[in-house]
Design a protein around this ligand. Structure first.
Ligand SMILES: Cc1cc2nc3c(=O)[nH]c(=O)nc-3n(C[C@H](O)[C@H](O)[C@H](O)COP(=O)(O)OP(=O)(O)OC[C@H]3O[C@@H](n4cnc5c(N)ncnc54)[C@H](O)[C@@H]3O)c2cc1C
Length: 447
């Protein structure tokens, strides 16, 4: 029996995962993958380390072209941008070598990712402001940093801080300028953000928070910015910031688009048009926690959605669970993890909540050289965990426990009564999350 014709637009993390899922459900599906880039199937999340010179761009290859074409038996069309989606004829159209070419599908998976939003700063059109989105960007930053003595990083997201830390460790005098009042806003509440900033400041990075960037200065090239009337110049300027889902193709074809501009999908990753699925950064993820679909923008959600979209496109019946935005990163050797809602977000969507914090030394009290683990828990007034933030050792382990509790609406007593281990060099008798959970219970009982 002939298999389905499955076309996947985008050969990044979500696209590759979807192709693997298609093949695992159907041995005879005819898979075609189209990507506008010639360099495909690489891990974008490692670009910071290419930019900092710690690894080479080849190290980022998720899967080789040979794996895609021989093992997955996919037809790979690279360097071709899909410009039109004709939902009536079930066909995508791209610029082929001899003019426009069409590809008919039984199932289509859109995995077109996202891209940095254009900068809204006068003068930012001048050359000399780097963005970090592709391998080429990462290599350009790495090359430019080799001769730079000063760097300016605009924005204070995890990516911005990872880059700043990398520049600083190479003795490049680094300044971070952000309009937000604290670093990592959107990921952490201000107290946790301040903890991270203090560590990076101690390493020598200069922070200018709550500062509007008025304009870019420089003659032929960008040489600095003006903020609060002050001119800050640098040899190297990198701008980070908002990401926009690549959903124009879907929007023009009439697919429903969500509030953040991503393609709206259901739990099956099915779009509003039959036989069209979407996964990864171009789509909005299902989540009850945030009271409505949310942008994906995480590698971890791209793979989960890719798996569901690929299975269903091949004729399977997969469903994704509610995603709780479990996100972790490491800065200056400190692990940071954030799951679910921040207090700022909970407030903005009108949820009544309580919060509880704890910060305990992670080694046994008698052993020197350890670090504190900061923990903040956010709970509804009925005692259900809806958010957690961790800064310090074992953050992502606790983050995964919090993610499980949030996903399954487990009572906070599961955490306060958890039997944790003790070890001189890894965990005290009462780790911070246990103490924060007990404090939360006290607050709830008092209330
Ligand atoms: C520097 C950086 C660091 C990051 N670090 C982390 C991290 O630590 N943890 C984390 O969870 N996430 C991280 N992310 C986010 C993560 O990389 C993304 O969420 C993930 O790559 C999304 O995968 P995707 O397949 O949806 O999109 P992508 O990997 O971007 O793939 C999309 C593909 O679609 C192609 N495409 C787009 N439009 C078309 C078209 N019209 N026709 C043909 N092809 C098209 C593109 O060329 C691209 O290859 C980071 C991102 C960046 C940029």
């Amino acid at each position: 029996m002939e298999g389905k014709r499955v076309v996947i637009v985008g050969c990044g993390l979500a696209g590759v995962t979807a192709a693997e899922a298609v093949r695992s459900v159907s041995e005879n599906a005819a898979i075609t993958m189209v990507d506008e880039s010639v360099q495909v199937a690489y891990a974008r999340s490692g670009l910071t380390y290419v930019a900092s010179g710690k690894i080479s761009s080849e190290d980022l290859q998720l899967k080789s072209n040979e794996y895609l074409t021989k093992n997955l038996k996919a037809r790979l069309v690279t360097g071709r941008k899909v410009s039109t989606l004709d939902v009536e004829k079930s066909r995508v159209i791209y610029d082929g070598s001899g003019g426009l070419e069409g590809e008919d599908y039984d199932s289509l998976i859109l995995a077109t990712g996202s891209q940095p939003a254009p900068l809204d700063i006068p003068g930012s059109e001048k050359p000399g402001i780097f963005r970090l989105w592709s391998i080429r960007d990462a290599e350009s930053i790495r090359n430019s940093s080799q001769t730079s003595k000063t760097a300016l990083v605009l924005g204070a997201s995890p990516l911005a801080l990872e880059l700043s830390e990398a520049f600083n460790s190479r003795k490049i005098e680094t300044t971070v300028v952000t309009e937000e009042n604290e670093v990592l806003s959107g990921y952490l509440d201000p107290a946790a953000g301040a903890l991270v900033r203090a560590v990076l400041e101690e390493e020598g990075i200069r922070f200018m928070c709550g500062r509007r960037i008025e304009r870019v200065v420089g003659f032929e090239r960008a040489q600095g910015i003006v903020s609060g009337g002050e001119v800050i110049t640098a040899d190297l300027i990198v701008a980070t910031g908002a990401m926009l889902p690549n959903s124009a193709l879907a929007q023009t074809a009439g697919l429903k688009i969500g509030r953040s501009g991503g393609i709206l999908v259901d739990r099956r990753c099915a779009s509003s048009v039959e036989n069209i699925y979407a996964a990864g950064d171009c789509a909005e993820v299902i989540t009850d926690l945030f009271r409505g679909p949310q942008p994906s923008r995480l590698a971890s959600t791209a793979v989960r959605m890719g798996l569901v979209a690929g299975s269903n496109a091949a004729g399977g019946s997969a469903e994704s669970q509610d995603l709780v935005r479990n996100s972790s990163f490491r800065l200056d050797g400190i692990d940071i993890c954030t799951v679910g809602l921040t207090a700022t977000e909970a407030r903005s969507i009108g949820i009544q909540f309580i919060e509880s914090e704890s910060s305990e030394y992670q080694f046994a009290f008698y052993y020197p050289g350890g670090r504190n683990l900061y923990c903040k828990l956010i709970l509804t007034t009925s005692g259900v965990l809806i958010g957690a933030q961790f800064v310090g050792p074992s953050s992502s382990v606790w983050g995964n426990i919090a993610a499980m509790m949030i996903s399954h609406s487990l009572p906070i007593s599961y955490l306060s009564n958890l039997e944790t281990s003790f070890s001189t060099l890894t965990q005290p008798y009462w780790p911070s999350p246990i103490l924060a959970a007990r404090r939360a219970e006290e607050i709830l009982h008092l209330g």
